[in-house]
Design a protein around this ligand. Structure first.
Ligand code: SAM
Ligand code: DTB
Ligand code: SF4
Length: 329
C-alpha cells in the first residue's frame, strides 16, 4: 500500500541522505517530477558530496573479444548474431600492460578490462591474476568485467588486487527477459553478492534506449538504489545500436530520459560515481554537459569502448577544459 510519504516528492534533506530504503513509488515520483526540479535537486546533492568540477576517467580495453555464448540483444560480441566484432583469444599480459601504460600517460586513473565471456574458465583466472597485478603496478586502479563468477574465482580476483568488478543489471527485472534469454536477473544479483562477499567494489549499472518504458528505468534505478551498500560506480550506457544485433534498429530513447536517469541516480545514490558510459560518440557536447550538471562524474576515456567508437581523447579533453572540469587525480 502506498502512503503519503511515497507520493510526495522527497525533500532535499530526505534525498541527500545515504539510504538503501527507497520505495518504488518514491523512485518513480523523483524520476517523473518536473524536469527543472529534478535537475536542481540532483545538482544540489552532487555539489554536497563531490567536487562538482571533477570527472573520473576510466579507460576500457577488450581483453577477449567476441564469440560469447550469451544472447544479450544489444551486444555485438554475442556469437548468436552476425556482427562486426572480432573474435580473439585472451590477450597476453604484456600487451595489456602496454595499453595500460598508454592509458596512464593519457591521464586515465582506472583501467577497465572486459571479456566476452558468460563466465571465466578456472584456467583463465591465473592469467587474469597476473594481468591485474601488472596493471596495478603501473599505478592504475583496476576494474574487470568477465561475466558471472563463482565464489572461488571472485576471491582469486580480489587476492590479485582487483579494485572493482563491473557486472550490470542492465534494465528492470521485467524487461530483462526480453533482452537476454541465456541467463536471468537473479543470476546477475548472485554474482554481485559474490563480488561484495569477496571484498571488491561494485560497478553496476545498465543501458537506456533498448525500447524499455520509463517504468522500466524507474525499476532499474530502484534495484540499484536498494542495494546495500550502493554500487560505488554506476555506469549509465546509452544503447549503441550495433549492426547485426536484434536491437540494431531500436528506436532508442530521447536525451530527456537519459538526463532523468542520471539525475535520479544521483539523488538516490548521492555518493556513487555515475558514469556517462557508452553512447557518448553519438551525443552532442550540450547533452554531455547537461549530464555532468545532473551529476554524472565519470566517463570512459579513450578512442574505443569494447568494439565501438568513443570520442577521441583530445576531443574529450577539449570539452572538459571548456567546461572547467578537471580530470580527477
Ligand atoms: N560479458 C560480460 C558481461 O556481460 O557482464 C562483460 C562485458 S559486457 C560487454 C559489459 C556491459 O557492456 C554489458 O552489461 C552492457 O551493459 C554493456 N554493453 C554491451 N553492449 C552494449 C551496447 N551495444 N550499447 C551499450 N552498452 C553495451
Ligand atoms: C559498461 O557499463 N559499459 C562498458 C563496460 N561496462 C564494460 C561497455 C560498453 C560497450 C559498448 C559497446 C561496445 O563497444 O561493444
Ligand atoms: Fe556476452 Fe557480455 Fe556481450 Fe552479453 S554483454 S553477449 S555476456 S559479452
Amino acid at each position: 500500500m502506498s502512503t503519503d510519504k511515497d507520493t510526495k516528492i522527497p525533500t532535499a534533506e530526505q534525498t541527500g541522505k545515504i539510504t538503501s530504503k527507497w520505495t518504488r513509488k518514491q523512485v518513480s515520483t523523483i524520476y517523473h517530477q518536473a524536469f527543472n526540479d529534478l535537475v536542481y535537486c540532483a545538482h544540489s546533492i552532487f555539489r554536497e558530496n563531490f567536487n562538482h568540477n571533477e570527472v573520473q576517467l576510466s579507460t576500457l580495453i577488450n581483453i577477449k573479444s567476441g564469440g560469447c555464448p550469451e544472447d544479450c540483444a544489444y551486444c555485438p560480441q554475442s556469437a548468436h548474431y552476425e556482427s562486426h566484432a572480432e573474435v580473439t583469444p585472451l590477450m597476453e599480459v604484456d600487451k595489456v600492460v602496454e595499453a595500460a601504460k598508454v592509458a596512464k600517460q593519457n591521464g586515465a586513473k582506472r583501467f577497465c578490462m572486459g571479456a566476452a565471456w558468460r563466465s571465466p574458465k578456472d584456467k583463465d583466472i591465473k592469467k587474469i591474476q597476473s594481468i591485474i597485478k601488472s596493471v596495478k603496478s603501473e599505478g592504475l586502479e583496476t576494474c574487470a568485467t568477465l561475466g558471472m563468477l563463482s565464489e572461488q574465482q571472485a576471491i582469486a580476483l580480489a587476492e590479485a588486487g582487483l579494485d572493482y568488478y563491473n557486472h550490470n543489471i542492465d534494465t528492470s527485472p521485467e524487461y530483462y527477459e526480453k533482452i537476454i534469454s541465456t541467463r536471468n536477473f537473479n543470476d546477475r544479483l548472485n554474482t554481485l553478492e559474490i563480488v561484495r562477499g569477496a571484498g571488491m567494489k561494485v560497478c553496476c549499472g545498465g543501458i537506456v534506449g533498448m525500447g524499455e518504458a520509463s517504468d522500466d528505468r524507474v525499476d532499474f534505478l530502484y534495484e540499484l538504489a536498494t542495494m546495500d551498500p550502493h554500487p560505488e560506480s554506476v555506469p549509465i550506457n546509452m544503447l549503441v545500436r550495433s549492426e547485426g544485433t536484434p536491437l540494431e534498429n531500436s528506436v532508442g530513447t530521447d536525451w530527456l530520459q537519459l538526463v532523468r536517469t542520471i539525475a535520479t541516480g544521483r539523488i538516490l545514490m548521492p555518493m556513487s560515481y555515475i558514469r556517462l558510459s557508452a553512447g557518448r560518440a553519438e551525443m552532442s557536447e550540450e547533452l554531455q554537459a547537461f549530464c555532468f550538471f545532473a551529476g554524472a562524474n565519470s566517463i570512459f576515456y579513450g578512442d574505443k569502448l569494447l568494439t565501438t567508437e568513443n570520442p577521441e581523447t583530445q576531443k574529450d579533453l577539449r570539452l572538459l577544459s571548456r567546461l572547467g572540469i578537471s580530470p580527477q587525480h
